[in-house]
Write a protein that binds this ligand. Structure first.
Ligand code: NZQ
Ligand code: ZN
Length: 389
């Protein structure tokens, strides 16, 4: 196991009706004037926004609002949020929504207290400080509620890039599984795909003897495969929603990623699809992850075969471990299809003529130097091959 430091200071508040405590937690973490940040309107329609406002009123906390975050959040709204926070002396940013809203809130929180252009952080500048952030999660997917990351699309050039820093970790995150019951099945399924990919990006590692995190990842994958289809069949299955919501947090706050190298090629390859065609992140991953696994299969056949056996119960063929590994990837594809996810670039609206440009951006765009992937180092040519797969 590699050396590591791990800091995960978020205060998690989990369970039914917990959004009613929002005011209490903003106060506890020093907020007196809040930016309420949300998306395209689901939180208005569900009445969640009003409940949160009532909670802030009860704690005598002032607030202003900025809605309109789009899935695959964009830089223009971040600039608007930064201006608003500065002119209104906001001291706390409260995100109500999914990964897109939380990521946009993180960018605003960091940008407000920084003299330069917030995009510097998405070009690699270390993030030292940000306004405190709280989240009320409405979709189990990105894991941004416990992660130090934020992913934003810069409309100038359509780059989708991530920034990371402990200052971006939320002070508190309220996780009420019942809030996710209003999700359309496609969004629930995309969330499940994203969580599974966060686990696989960590599972495929070159670090030896990391049995604890290997086993934790396998356990989480098994739980996702069992619970995922339940919420597609019955969106109001609270217990399945609860299991998925906590898995989504654990999958990405890095509890299961410490002490080992990680991959992230699937995410880098998918982010270009989201930037180019505005596809739902998890849906893009359902197409990209099995392709990357297939392409990387020979790098460590035994690891891929172990995945097949321990996650999908494939019978080990000791004479032909490659066959075992391939069967695991087939089962993963089948699972994604079963929950309603696409299985080809064409289904995402992808065009063959865009592949070269997307591979170029994935490997060279915005400061990158030609190779991506921590498991197998992939060149532009490899990425072209993967898009073609
Ligand atoms: O905008 P509203 O109206 O709220 O609708 C949203 C949106 O259309 C809707 N939705 C969310 N909760 C709902 C709901 N509809 C009904 N009922 C509810 N309870 O779902 C749609 C998708 O929301 P979004 O926030 O985009 O979903 P998700 O959480 O999957 O976030 C995706 C973004 O996170 C980034 C992705 O790249 C993508 O931009 N990621 C962020 C990460 C991080 N910060 O650590 C890591 C991830 O790998 C990922 O890259
Ligand atoms: Zn993701």
């Amino acid at each position: 196991m590699d050396n590591f430091t791990f800091y995960s200071p978020t205060y998690f508040v989990f369970g039914k009706d917990k959004e009613g405590d929002a005011g209490k937690y903003v106060k506890r973490f020093g907020g007196s004037k809040v930016l309420l940040h949300y998306g395209g309107g689901s939180v208005v329609r569900s009445g969640l926004l009003d409940r949160v406002k009532n909670s802030l009123d009860a704690s005598k906390i002032e607030y202003i609002e900025l809605g309109g975050v789009k899935p695959n959040p964009v830089s223009s709204l971040v600039y608007k949020g930064i201006e608003l926070c500065r002119s209104e002396d906001v001291d706390f940013v409260l995100a109500i929504g999914g990964g897109s809203t939380i990521d946009s809130a993180k960018a605003i929180a960091a940008g407000t207290v920084y003299d330069g252009d917030f995009w510097d952080y998405y070009m690699g500048k270390p993030i030292k400080e940000a306004l405190p952030i709280g989240t009320i999660l409405t979709i189990a997917a990105a894991g941004s509620e416990g992660s130090p990351d934020s992913v934003i699309t810069n409309e100038e050039g359509m780059f989708k890039r991530g920034a990371s820093g402990n200052a971006l970790r939320p002070k508190f995150s309220i996780l009420n599984p019942a809030l996710t019951m209003t999700l359309p099945p496609y969004q629930s399924a995309a969330g499940i795909s994203d969580i599974i990919t966060h686990l696989c990006e960590r599972y495929f590692t070159n670090t030896k003897d990391v049995e604890v995190t290997d086993r934790m990842i396998e356990a989480l994958l098994l739980a996702m495969i069992k619970e995922g289809p339940k919420v597609i069949r019955n969106p109001e299955d609270y217990e399945a929603r609860a299991n998925i919501m906590w898995a989504g947090m654990v999958a990405h706050n890095n509890t299961v990623g410490v002490g080992r190298t990680q991959d992230w090629a699937s995410h880098d390859i998918e982010h270009e699809l989201s930037a180019q065609y505005d596809v739902t992140h998890g849906a893009g991953l359902a197409v990209v992850l099995p392709a990357v696994m297939t392409y990387n299969l020979k790098h460590d056949v035994n690891r891929m075969a172990r995945f097949a056996v321990n996650v999908f119960g494939v019978q080990m063929d000791f004479n032909h471990p490659e066959e075992t590994a391939l069967e695991g990837i087939k089962q993963l594809r089948y699972f994604f299809k079963e929950i309603g996810m696409p299985s080809s670039l064409g289904e995402l609206g992808g065009k063959v003529e865009d592949i070269d440009e997307m591979a170029q951006r994935a490997c060279y765009g915005n400061g990158r130097e030609g190779q991506i992937g921590g498991y197998v180092s992939l060149s532009k040519k490899d990425v072209v091959n993967i898009y073609n797969l």
